[in-house]
Design a protein around this ligand. Sequence first.
Ligand code: PMP
Length: 430
Amino acid sequence: MQITQSKDLFNKAKNFIPGGVNSPVRAFRAVGGDPIFIKKADGAFIYDEDDNAYIELINSWGPMILGHNHPMIREAVIKAMENGTSFGAPTAREVEIAELIVAMVPSVEKVRMVNSGTEATMSAIRVARGFTGRDKFIKMEGHYHGHGDSFLISAGSGAITMGNPDSPGVTKGTAKDTLLAPYNDLEAIETLVEANKGEIAALILEPVPGNMGLVIPKEGYLQGLRDICDREGIVLIFDEVMTGFRLSKGGAQELFGVTPDMTTLGKIIGGGMPVGAYGGKKEIMEFVSPAGPVYQAGTLSGNPIAMAAGLTMLNYLNDHDEVYTQLNQIGGKIVAGIRSSLEGLGLDYTVNHLGSMYSLFFTNSKVTDFASAKHSDTALFGKYFQSMLRQGVYLAPSQFESLFLSTALSDQLIGKILEANNVALKEIHQ
Ligand code: PMP
């Protein structure tokens, strides 16, 4: 495999773009080596500027659940573009997608479209504060909710990978209203709630966190949070930017049967275009301007091209339950194969898995929260990542991420992934 164009582009990019990339984790800092620059993607593959093909296990960090460049979505976008790219005025498609989201996501009775997951979570917290008249909120260690100031405290994803989970530039005044708790620990929440009685507006979490690597909620944990929030008048927010429309049609909330008060969405909802959304109970969403006093707006919100892509994606998922059966089978086969390789090689690493998301953690202990995720040997992960890349399999370039599978992965490709995995595991232990 020859990689020259990507190297040249990265060297040039560093002159004009901070770190050479427009989002930190893309720089491959955590795994060593230079990032590959992508020219195109189709189905289960992405192609770099040197025309090397890689099997995709990230899928644009989640959105491409049906694989890349799906003809149905491509055609919807091209058709929408024939009528103009932005109006800054309401359109029929926005009504249609809102109605569909309300039908698909159990907690959502009203929804507002925005342009990213970051905007969705920032807005949801503001609305929860406006609704309750309280300032503080609880966030889980190692969870990532985008780059809004108040979330960059013990943040996951690229923030852990880059070693700055608490970002400079966030004022002490802002940080003091973010209360931190370990994930999967109801006692810790009870203690925080007791110490801040009547002052907590919201509890936000990734119901199934993917931003410290994939971690599964303990039995009864999500329901326990629901009960505490009900008792204390705290707005429970599920950040389903990753899990929404992925773990099931209605996201983690549908899968686990626990309905939050508000939900934030992103990724799949835009079919690969820049889209986010936040929604929830009517009485809460009625606080959003112009229905209510909490301000939130966007020049490009509900953009007609983005809505065409998102609507096509959601309609397809809503009409095809078999997508989820297929994704679960694909995930099951890959993870069973990895576990069997590990066993064959006498290795005892942890694999966390749910549906079409999984993480292989280079630690022998269980990973149930941020502290245990950090036991992973990140240097070993870097070597594993590079070996997989050389063999034509594209993974998330950090230990602290989940992988996102698509329906484009055939049995033959799964075989290739598992072969590469076995070679990589052997290689890194030589
Ligand atoms: N919330 C979660 C759970 C996420 O995984 C992400 C991004 N990976 C975000 C929010 C932020 O979304 P965006 O990158 O679209 O701003």
